[in-house]
Design a protein around this ligand. Structure first.
Ligand SMILES: [Zn+2]
Length: 62
């Protein structure tokens, strides 16, 4: 019997404001990003206050 592997890609978003990390299964292909940080509620969770960096998105294999 062959083992079954379930491969998932979960995106981990990191809020630049409060440092909160959360998972999302939104599809990047659709260009969907969370509107707000679920913790601090900031709509600018993906932006730093000074120089606008690109949002940190890490791919994690679970
Ligand atoms: Zn936050």
């Amino acid at each position: 019997m062959a083992k079954k592997y379930v491969e998932k890609t979960i995106l981990i978003y990191i809020c630049e404001r409060c440092g909160y990390e959360w998972e999302s299964r939104l599809r990047l292909e659709e260009g969907l990003l969370p509107k707000r940080c679920p913790r601090c509620g900031s709509p600018y969770w993906d932006r730093k206050r000074k120089n606008g960096r690109k949002n940190k998105i890490q791919k994690a294999m679970v």
